[in-house]
Design a protein around this ligand. Structure first.
Ligand code: KG4
Ligand code: ZN
Length: 335
């Protein structure tokens, strides 16, 4: 029997997750325990609270993933765990759980980069065709990653300040919307009109880097100045104008890079991939390039989960890139 079964574990931020994936493509179980409610009243993820929740949940979540998948530890080929980047105290819970289980059951251990996981969520949807380009947009990351083959990541652009999701959450906070604000801005933007002129950070000619802090400041200043003058800005229009600026830059740079690097596929990844405006605009622009396939995973695979970690871990396992008991959490791990 040559089937590969990998248990994936993810605890880099505020979701405690475990999943079993067969052959890197088929989800047998995918359990996510979200801590969102605990962090909401603080307006963001509180690292200490995150760690404590992970400790409470990790064993239960792994047990449930194994039970749902109906595989035994003896049947597993390897255990894959998010090594970084992320909150160090949160990462440590997953890494130590993975090491303990690998040791107890004599299984190979694989350390996975969180962004590699987000990209490999796409392999749970369809076959990956190289060379490809992935736009990774989440609360912690905004990256354009070029891949020539499995496990070969080349970051061709990244944010120089705030991540896209971070900008959404900060603007949402300024509009008095609850955390996380991305989905709320998305909803308001659908109802509003683009009436406010906001900057787009194109950076140097040909650069695939991003910058969202100037845009965020422009939104805050516009709201502040209007407030001073006793004027009222419709939050719907501000949401629509902000979102138009973010999407314009994300989609334009992605399409330009896809052309320059002559890729076969463009993959969308990360929590912000849930954004309806982004999905629609990327679909519209990519349709003009009929030879490049666009892949957008379902929402449940875009936000943090462990199936994506198991999928990426399966490739690393197959390539013999194993970790040992010295594996440690690395909050600023490079892709
Ligand atoms: O990938 P993710 O679940 O966690 C990280 O690894 O960061 O991404 C969470 C981020 C948050 O900033 C959230 O506001 C944003 O994704 N987000 C959205 C939408 N849904 C989630 N941003 C814009 N539009 C959405 N519909
Ligand atoms: Zn993530």
């Amino acid at each position: 029997n040559h089937d590969i079964y990998v248990l994936g574990i993810e605890t880099s931020c505020d979701e405690t997750a475990a999943a079993v994936v067969k052959n890197g493509t088929e989800i047998l179980s995918n359990i996510v325990a979200s801590q969102m409610e605990s962090h909401k009243r603080f307006g963001g993820v509180v690292p200490e609270i995150a760690s404590r929740h992970h400790v409470e949940q990790i064993t239960l979540v792994i047990e449930e993933a194994m039970r749902k998948a109906d595989v035994s530890f003896q049947q597993l080929s390897a255990i894959a765990v998010t090594q970084g980047p992320g909150l160090v105290g949160a990462l440590l819970i997953g890494v130590n759980a993975a090491k303990a289980l690998a040791f107890a059951h004599g299984l190979p251990l694989v350390g996975v980069h969180h962004i590699a996981g987000h990209i490999y969520a796409n392999r749970l949807v369809t076959e990956m065709k190289f060379p490809l380009l992935s736009l990774v947009v989440s609360g912690g990351h905004t990256e354009l990653v070029y891949m020539e083959g499995h496990g070969k990541f080349q970051v061709i652009g990244e944010t120089r300040d705030d991540a896209a999701g971070e900008a959404y959450d900060k603007v949402a906070r300024a509009l008095n919307l609850p955390y996380p604000g991305g989905p709320h801005i998305d909803r308001l933007a659908q109802e509003g009109k683009v009436t406010i002129d906001l900057p787009r950070a194109w950076l140097e000619e040909g650069s695939y880097d991003f910058s969202f802090s100037g845009l965020k400041s422009a939104v805050l200043n516009t709201l502040h100045n209007a407030n001073q003058r006793g004027e009222i800005i419709d939050p719907k229009d501000m949401a629509a104008s902000f979102q138009a600026s973010v999407i314009d830059v994300l989609v334009t740079k992605t399409v330009n890079a896809a052309k320059e690097y002559n890729v076969r596929q463009v993959l969308l990844a990360g929590g912000v991939a849930a954004n309806r405006g982004l999905r629609a605009e990327l679909e519209r622009k990519m349709a003009e390039l009929d030879h490049i396939e666009l892949v957008i995973p379902p929402l449940s695979l875009c936000t943090d989960n462990a199936a994506m970690i198991a999928a990426a871990g399966t490739v690393l396992f197959a390539q013999g890139k194993l970790a040992d008991m010295a594996l440690n959490a690395d909050p600023s791990l490079e892709l």
